[in-house]
Design a protein around this ligand. Structure first.
Ligand code: AMP
Length: 216
């Protein structure tokens, strides 16, 4: 399969988990925007210091800080004749347009839809891998790591994101509805969007995605 793909969905929809399967199965290069931004904050780079306050408030980091970073990463992947898997970018219409202005056109947008109830349950039980190159995502209830608090993929320890705590979840959903959901219509009009029911088990969601990709 040779496709440049975007994973769309609210926080907690399971994008990170499915991204991990997709990159492995189809040899895609994942661009996990949230993870990239968290790393810039950890490393206290210039960008990280500016991005920190937005992430801490559950708001989007301003476009001028994010667009160049992600567009350049995607361009590098294309220069190597590889396909990218975008997770968390674009997150608003300006970012979607920036991709097109840079001749980065998506072949497919996979929107994972989940009920608000499931999203909240997943976010509050989500645990991430501390290894910045790994991107392992687990859930204390629905997708446990084999060993408690240890990543199945690389053996590093797991942690809970600060912005996954209850106080911020509401703001992050509001941001998603206002800024990111319009992308569903944007890509639907371009006939690039498929919707996947994300209320099912991790494995079932993955089967639905694979089934679609095997036919298209
Ligand atoms: P995520 O891991 O995708 O939930 O992203 C975590 C946080 O990083 C978000 O709440 C935003 O503050 C920031 N972020 C991630 N992707 C973007 C983006 N495309 N544009 C602006 N901010 C972003």
């Amino acid at each position: 399969m040779k496709k440049d793909i975007l994973l769309l969905g609210a926080p907690g929809a399971g994008k990170g988990t499915q991204a991990k399967f997709l990159e492995k199965e189809y040899n895609l290069i994942k661009i996990d925007t949230g993870n990239i931004i968290r790393n810039t904050i950890k490393e206290a780079t210039e960008l990280g210091m500016q991005a920190k306050k937005y992430v801490e408030q559950g708001k989007l980091v301003p476009d001028e800080l994010v667009i160049n970073l992600i567009v350049n990463t995607a361009k590098q992947i294309k220069q190597q004749q590889k396909n990218f898997l975008l997770d968390g970018f674009p997150r608003n219409l300006q970012q979607a347009k920036a991709l097109e202005e840079n001749k980065l056109f998506l072949d497919l947008v996979i929107e994972i839809e989940s009920s608000a109830e499931n999203l909240i349950e997943r976010i509050s039980n989500r645990r991430l891998c501390t290894n910045k190159n790994c991107g392992g995502v687990f859930n204390l209830k629905s997708n446990k790591s084999k060993q408690e608090n240890i990543c199945d993929f690389c053996g590093s320890s797991l942690y809970q994101r600060d912005d996954d705590k209850e106080e911020l979840i509401k703001t992050r959903f509001e941001t998603y509805l206002k800024e990111t959901l319009p992308l569903s219509e944007f890509y639907s009009k371009q006939n690039k969007l498929i919707k996947i029911d994300g209320n099912k088990d991790v494995e079932e969601v993955w089967e639905s995605i694979k089934k679609y990709l095997s036919k298209n």
